[in-house]
Design a protein around this ligand. Structure first.
Ligand code: FES
Length: 291
């Protein structure tokens, strides 16, 4: 069992989770993720790693309450335990000394971006962060990014903090102004990563993105996280989660996410009616879809 050291809401619907998991803390690197279960009968939840403390043996994630399983997770308190905490999983972020790197984060991705920003700085790059949110009250960890990055731009859809717009507006402005960008990293919702990837593609600039598809086993066996990259079938849990954003088939990715909507709604209804989410048929049918 894995003890929760801290679980608190950072901003509405977005939570910090710190778990005692020395086996993960010892080895985890930027870009990797873990899979946990909130209780014995719970579904598996993949979460990007946002920080770690190797001495204390703790691992930090930032997660969004996006469905029944993450709602259950958001109810847990410090001292509670998790039956499953697998990791570190996935590939390590591709980081090398290239010059100027723009790192874009939105939603849960503001947290997940931090180790990548740190890795780019340690590699000797100039790092410019663009942190986006719909409004000022949904921003968090701006100071933590300022401690690491050379510059931090804040951008909000309603203009209540920083510039008005979204991260790809700032990225496009930098491109249009001829400011140097040697590489880009983006983590956030699918729309944000797609738009930043299209901007990068137009300028032939490398961009790495971190996909967040539905995952079940995290070992490449169930097929739940299948995606298409450079025309080939890939599994985000073992081949990613990080890919070249210019090569991702974004249309196929969005369609695939939609195909799980019925199961997600069923899980939510089960949770709302019983206040409990067991190992539902929703999960069991994922494998059948991929055969
Ligand atoms: S979660 Fe990737 S194949 Fe199962």
């Amino acid at each position: 069992m894995y003890r929760i050291v801290e679980r608190r809401q950072l901003v509405p619907d977005t939570h910090l989770l710190v778990v005692e998991a020395p086996h993960v803390a010892r080895k985890v690197q930027a870009g990797q993720f873990i899979i946990l279960r909130p209780h014995d009968e719970g579904e598996r939840i993949p979460l990007s790693v946002a920080d770690w403390d190797r001495d204390a043996g703790t691992v930090t994630s930032v997660f969004l309450e996006a469905g029944a399983s993450t709602m259950q997770l958001a109810k847990l308190q410090p001292g509670d335990t998790l039956p499953t905490y697998m990791g570190p999983l996935g590939t390590v972020a591709e980081v090398e000394r290239v010059g100027t790197v723009v790192c874009c984060g939105g939603c849960y991705g503001i947290g997940a971006l931090l180790p990548i920003v740190r890795a780019h700085k340690e590699a000797g790059n100039e790092v410019i962060c663009i942190l986006e949110a719909h409004s000022s009250w949904l921003l968090y960890w701006v100071d933590r990014h300022r401690e690491v990055a050379d510059q931090v731009h804040v951008v909000t859809s309603d203009g209540s903090a920083g510039d008005k717009g979204l991260s790809f507006d700032i990225l496009q402005q930098r491109f249009d102004a001829g400011q140097p960008i040697d590489a880009i990293h983006a983590i956030g919702c699918t729309f944000m990563m797609e738009r930043n990837s299209l901007a990068a593609l137009a300028k032939q600039t490398p961009i790495r993105i971190t996909l967040n598809p539905v995952m079940v086993d995290g070992t490449g066996m169930c097929g739940g996280c299948r995606c298409v990259v450079n025309g080939e079938r890939k599994f985000a849990c073992v081949d990613g989660p990080e890919f070249d954003g210019r090569e991702v088939d974004w249309t196929a990715l969005v369609e695939r996410r939609k195909s799980y909507r019925a199961q997600e709604i069923a899980s939510l209804q089960q949770y709302e009616s019983r206040g409990f989410l067991g190992s539902s048929a929703a999960v069991e049918t994922l494998g059948e879809r991929d055969e």
